[in-house]
Design a protein around this ligand. Structure first.
Ligand SMILES: Cc1cc2nc3c(=O)[nH]c(=O)nc-3n(C[C@H](O)[C@H](O)[C@H](O)COP(=O)(O)OP(=O)(O)OC[C@H]3O[C@@H](n4cnc5c(N)ncnc54)[C@H](O)[C@@H]3O)c2cc1C
Length: 407
């Protein structure tokens, strides 16, 4: 990494990066860095927090396990240890990430939050600003994730509630909610798993289901439902696959509509591909709903001082509220003058073609396909940049140490 400080006497310190700048040291950033290294390309990772995989280390609950079997969550070039179970725990996943970073000697720059990144058309480079430096490179890889910031919806009256209101990003375990009446807003995988966890601590969760939802068994015939879906998709059309999944789900789980969990008209995989809405993989909460330990409530009309009023006219008291309302991308807040992303911070071009933009812009992990999508993006990006890197090196077109950067 060279300095361009001479050109910036009174401005923010500026550093020329030899290779791509990667923003984010989650699984996606690490995977790209490792694959680039394999292609002989150095890179610099800028990470806002103080550790790798901060989503997993700092913003997930203790009982979390991978939702999908480990073979679908491996990063390229270095797999999970063989002795890990089929669904590794959060701790095991973090230890895998740490081994991965160690194996490829990846050392991100921590506490470097990217505040702004913009392509300088005059110079043909990306200018990436953190709180203390400006980093400059020919390539920018966006790896800040689909889950960068908590999504906090507006709920009428929530400011008047006198008990704690927490997002799942700060929920650790049901121990903090022992014996409490808890309103869980949101019924995705997190909302369901948190409700299950609360029951372990004799809390009484009421889960709010605001829209339709697909629940599938995590396994079918002893095999992962996701694995079966992936395998069958090679042979049968998507809609037929969805019909098959719903047939087996109805047979094993029963009719979920009767529990207040109405299924969408579109099938689970078709819906996931079109909107990113992931089906809930049941890990035990459905039996608690059936037994009445977890109550399903229709949408919230209004939060009151000590509870909630619901759309169906019911009113209940609660001690705490947990918002299992998901996350959102933060790309629009820092990537400027680029029309590659939507207002929601997702690439406008969907998978499998959303990994490459213009002027050396790349994105990894924005596929709505979890870590499987990350692995696919990382390989493509590293090959693409690797080819450019070799051409540049062969032609010796750029003298890295004397790159002029006057603004
Ligand atoms: C509860 C939960 C369970 C999940 N389970 C699975 C699963 O079983 N299987 C699966 O495939 N996927 C799962 N996922 C999806 C998950 O998002 C991915 O597995 C994975 O974490 C995505 O990696 P990423 O690197 O793209 O994003 P992240 O893990 O979110 O990493 C992005 C990194 O970028 C950093 N960052 C953000 N903004 C900036 C900035 N401006 N400047 C610098 N750094 C920044 C963040 O601090 C973070 O470290 C789960 C997600 C959640 C929330």
């Amino acid at each position: 990494m060279g300095s361009c400080k001479d050109d910036h006497e009174n401005q923010q310190d500026c550093l020329w990066v030899n290779g791509p700048i990667i923003v984010g040291a989650g699984p996606s950033g690490l995977a790209v860095s490792a694959c680039l290294k394999e292609n002989g390309v150095p890179s610099v990772i800028l990470e806002r927090s103080d550790c790798i995989s901060s989503l997993w280390q700092q913003r997930t609950y203790d009982c979390l396990k991978l939702h999908l079997p480990k073979q679908f969550c491996e990063l390229p070039l270095f797999g999970f240890p063989e002795n890990f179970p089929k669904y590794p725990t959060k701790r095991q996943f973090i230890s895998y990430m740490e081994s991965y970073a160690r194996h490829f000697s990846i050392e991100p720059k921590f506490k470097k939050e990217v505040k702004r990144a913009e392509f300088d058309h005059g110079r043909g480079v990306w200018r990436v600003q953190t709180q203390d430096f400006e980093y400059v490179s020919k390539w920018l890889v966006v790896a800040t994730g689909e889950n960068a910031d908590p999504n906090i919806p507006e709920i009428s009256g929530i400011e008047s509630f006198e008990g704690p209101v927490v997002h799942t990003s700060v929920y650790k375990s049901g121990a903090e909610f022992k014996q409490q009446r808890v309103l869980v807003v949101g019924c995705g995988n997190s909302g369901m798993e948190v409700s299950l966890d609360l029951c372990r601590y004799n809390a009484s969760p009421n889960i709010v289901v605001r829209s339709t939802i697909h629940i599938l068994p995590r396994e079918m015939f002893g095999l992962s439902t996701f694995g079966i879906a992936m395998a069958l998709l090679k042979w049968i059309p998507l809609r037929l696959l969805d019909k098959f999944l719903l047939l087996v789900a109805n047979f094993t789980l029963g009719n979920t509509d009767r529990l207040g969990l109405w299924r969408p008209k579109t099938g689970p995989i078709e819906l996931k591909n079109a909107t990113g809405k992931t089906p809930v993989l049941d890990v035990g909460v459905l039996s608690l709903i059936k037994s009445g330990k977890v109550k399903v409530m229709e949408g919230v009309k209004e939060i009151t001082r000590n509870g909630a009023k619901f759309m169906d006219g019911q009113e209940r008291e609660f001690d705490s509220i947990i918002l299992a309302t998901g996350y959102k991308s933060n790309v629009p807040s820092w990537l400027k003058a680029s029309d590659f992303f939507t207002g929601e911070g997702m690439p406008k071009t969907p998978f499998p073609n959303g990994w490459k933009g213009e002027n050396g812009l790349y994105t990894v992990g924005f596929t709505r396909r979890g870590l499987l999508g990350t692995a696919s993006d990382a390989i493509k990006i590293s090959r693409d940049i690797g080819d450019q890197w070799r051409t540049i090196k062969n032609n010796k077109k750029i003298c890295f140490s004397h790159f002029p950067l006057n603004r």
